[in-house]
Ligand binder design. Structure first.
Ligand SMILES: [Zn+2]
Length: 283
C-alpha cells in the first residue's frame, strides 16, 4: 500500500464517511459535522490538516483513529486495523479556492529544506527547553532542531540568499510569495523539527511555543492558504529508531504495538528511550 493510501484510510474524512457523520458546513481545512457523542446536538469540528476532532459542547476530542474507535467501542489498535484494511472513502464537500503549487518530489524537498535549515540556528531558550525535555546536546544537534525566525526582514533575506544559491521554492510547503512577489515563509514562534523519509527531509513539523488550540502544540510547515504556496502532506510518522530520527514508513511491521503520538518532540523522545520496541504514528 502506498503512503497516500495509508493517509487516505486513516484520514478524518474517511472516518467521517465510515461513521456516516453528517456534514453541516465546511471551510478551508475544517468540516463541521453533527457530534456523534452529544445528546444536545453539539457540532463537532473536524480538522483535515491534522486529522483532529473536537466538540466544545461535550468536550470530546482527539484524532481520527480514536474517533472511529470510540464510536465502535473498540481499541485504537483495532480501529487502526479496520481502517487500514478497508478502502477509503474521502468524498466531501470541501471547497478549495486558492490555487497552490504542485509539491516538489522528495529529493527536491530535501535539497530545499536542508539548505533552509542550514541558514537557521537554535536559540538558547529553545536549547534549554529541549534539554529540559531530556535531550542531550548531541541529540539536539543530530536531530537538527531549529528556532523559527519570525522577523519579516530576516525571513525575506534568508529566502533571497537561498535563491542566489540556486534554491527554488516552487512547490515547497511553508514557502509562498508575498504582495511584492518576494519569496517568504510562514512563521510561528516555535521550533522546526525535520521529518525524514529514507534519510531525506520531506517535511518540517513545527513545535509551537504556545499551544495553537487546546490539544495542538504541533503543526505542519505549510502554506496552502498563500499565494504560490504549497500544502504539506499530513504525513504519517511511524517511529523507526535508527539514529534517533523520525522516519516515514509505508509498511507497518504488524507485530509491533501502535502508539499514536501527536507531538514530534515527544515522538523523538520516545524513540530514544524505547528504541526497537515501538512504532509511533503521528497524525
Ligand atoms: Zn459533542
Amino acid at each position: 500500500m502506498n503512503q497516500q493510501e495509508i493517509l487516505n484510510r486513516t484520514s478524518i474524512i474517511n472516518v467521517k464517511n465510515k461513521l456516516g457523520l453528517k456534514e453541516i458546513y465546511s471551510k478551508k481545512d475544517i468540516i463541521y459535522v453533527k457530534c456523534p457523542f452529544c445528546s444536545e446536538k453539539g457540532t463537532m469540528r473536524l480538522n483535515i490538516s491534522n486529522n483532529s476532532y473536537i466538540c466544545k459542547k461535550c468536550e470530546a476530542r482527539g484524532y481520527s483513529i480514536g474517533l472511529y474507535a470510540k464510536n465502535k467501542y473498540i481499541s485504537n489498535r483495532e480501529a487502526y486495523q479496520r481502517l487500514i484494511n478497508n478502502e477509503a472513502d474521502i468524498s466531501n464537500n470541501l471547497m478549495t479556492s486558492i490555487i497552490t503549487n504542485v509539491r516538489k518530489n522528495k529529493e527536491e524537498l530535501d535539497i530545499a529544506y536542508q539548505a533552509f535549515l542550514e541558514k537557521l540556528s537554535l536559540s538558547s531558550e529553545h536549547t534549554m527547553k529541549l534539554l529540559k525535555c531530556g535531550f542531550s546536546m548531541e541529540q539536539i544537534e543530530k536531530i537538527g532542531f531549529k528556532t523559527i525566525p519570525t522577523q519579516e526582514n530576516q525571513k525575506i533575506e534568508i529566502c533571497r540568499k537561498l535563491q542566489t544559491e540556486g534554491i527554488d521554492f516552487n512547490g515547497t510547503p511553508g514557502f509562498f510569495k508575498d504582495k511584492k512577489f518576494r519569496w517568504n515563509f510562514k512563521s510561528h514562534k516555535g521550533i522546526f523539527i525535520p521529518v525524514l523519509d529514507n534519510c531525506k527531509i520531506v517535511a518540517l513539523r513545527i513545535h509551537l511555543d504556545t499551544m495553537y488550540s487546546i490539544d495542538t502544540s504541533d503543526i505542519w510547515f505549510s502554506s496552502s492558504q498563500e499565494n504560490e504556496g504549497t500544502k504539506a502532506d499530513n504525513n504519517i510518522m511511524i517511529l523507526f529508531p535508527e539514529d534517533n530520527k523520525i522516519q516515514l514508513m509505508n509498511n507497518l511491521k504488524e507485530k509491533r504495538d501502535i502508539i499514536v503520538a501527536s507531538e514530534m518532540v515527544l515522538a523523538y523522545k520516545i524513540a530514544n528511550t524505547y528504541k526497537e520496541n515501538i512504532v509511533i504514528r503521528s497524525s
